[in-house]
Write a protein that binds this ligand. Structure first.
Ligand code: TYM
Length: 363
């Protein structure tokens, strides 16, 4: 459904970079801008976080600094940050394997972003689609400078960890392109410091559509409540949303994103949740109507979200455990990010605060 992606990686193999060293890294982030993750987040990105943690060394974070680039409520932000951590654990991110951390607790992200901002043109930042979209509402003049520099902070988030892959949905492709451009610019202006990361975007689920407006992406800021399946909704509510999802004219259950965007989106979700292929599902529903199809998918959704929701609520009741996981994640993240930042500072000509500590070796 997403545009053709060179980065579709249904089968994961450990790149040669792993040979001789530790596992290559993967890194990604999610903003704590809603009470619950939604199916677009999960199928587009988070499920791949869980899959990749087997062969890669994962760094996954909650992008609270990105969340303050638009209007927000501090109390709600704090609550959502913890909810995000609980949801990551509930969906299977393993804290033994992965460093799970909060972005604002690793100061190197902001420090690295400053250096990258000094390599970015104002015009280049203003041309980013997300800035144009988000600032269009109130006019560019009232958008925050943070919104303008948002993708540059994202580039720092990524580059500091020298990851091999960045698992995200298709809407992040442009940010990944900027990240690679900035890495290349820094490497050629100074010295090879950053690895050029590959976006890891699955073709099948890179863009999950809104249930009511399937050609638009499911989105926490743009979708109506009935267009979005929240992972922490009451399961019966999610089932109801599936049953009232728009379907297309005709009655055939066929994957055809052009002619049948509604049914195709539901087939994508069905297939992703059951690991059954789309042709297999098409065959099963030959001769059956949209009603049967949606009723079955609603059951599948209930079976999927119920244990997830229970586990998240259980984790949220244990704040001591959550903060211990975030403390461990922060320590590991700080170690890696600070080492890269030392290289960066040395290369741009900053005098080391601790002259005894030389730059880290370049990986
Ligand atoms: P965010 O918080 O908007 O979304 C988190 C992840 O969910 C994906 N996603 C979708 N995928 C498929 N279909 C959809 N309808 C859908 N909606 C959301 C997003 O692509 C994303 O992967 N800028 C990032 C956060 C970020 C980040 C980073 C990501 C900050 N720093 C560094 C990677 C690396 C964002 O807004 O994600």
């Amino acid at each position: 459904m997403s545009s053709a992606s060179p980065t579709t990686q249904p089968e994961v193999s450990v790149p040669a970079a792993a040979a001789g060293g530790g596992r290559p890294r993967v890194l990604s982030g999610i903003q704590p801008t809603a009470d619950s993750f939604h199916f677009g987040n999960y199928l587009g990105a988070l499920r791949q976080w869980v899959d990749l943690q087997i062969d890669y060394q994962p760094f996954f974070f909650i992008a609270d600094m990105h969340a303050i680039t638009v209007d927000y409520d501090p109390l709600v932000l704090r609550e959502r940050t913890l909810r995000a951590a609980a949801q990551l654990l509930a969906m299977g991110v393993d804290p033994e394997r992965a460093s799970i951390f909060v972005q604002s607790q690793v100061p190197a992200h902001a420090q690295g972003a400053w250096v990258l901002q000094c390599l970015t043109g104002v015009g280049e930042a203003r041309r980013m689609t997300q800035f144009k979209d988000k600032s269009a509402k109130g006019g560019e003049g009232s958008a925050s400078v943070g919104l303008l520099t948002y993708p540059i902070l994202q580039a720092a988030d990524i580059l500091l960890y020298r990851p091999y892959y960045v698992p995200v949905g298709a809407d992040q492709r442009q940010h990944l392109e900027l990240t690679r451009d900035l890495a290349q610019r820094f490497n050629s202006r100074y010295k090879k410091t950053f690895r050029l990361p590959e976006p890891y975007i699955l073709k099948a689920t890179g863009k999950i559509g809104d249930l009511q407006e399937p050609t638009a992406k499911m989105s926490k800021s743009a979708s109506s409540p009935s267009g979005i399946i929240e992972m922490l909704d009451e399961p019966t509510l999610s089932a109801k949303k599936i049953r009232s999802a728009v379907t297309d004219s005709g009655s055939e259950i066929r994957f055809d994103p052009e002619e049948k965007p509604g049914v195709s989106n539901l087939l994508t979700i069905y297939s992703a949740l059951t690991q059954r292929s789309v042709p297999d599902l098409e065959e099963e529903y030959t001769g059956k109507g949209y009603g049967d199809f949606k009723k079955d998918l609603a059951e599948v959704v209930i079976d999927f979200v119920t244990p997830f929701r229970d586990r998240t609520l259980e984790l949220l009741a244990d704040q001591a455990y959550l903060s211990e996981i975030l403390r461990q994640g922060r320590e590991r993240a700080n170690e890696v990010a600070e080492a890269t930042l030392r290289d960066v500072y040395q290369r741009v000509g900053f005098v080391a605060a601790d002259l005894g500590k030389g730059p880290a070796s370049i990986g």
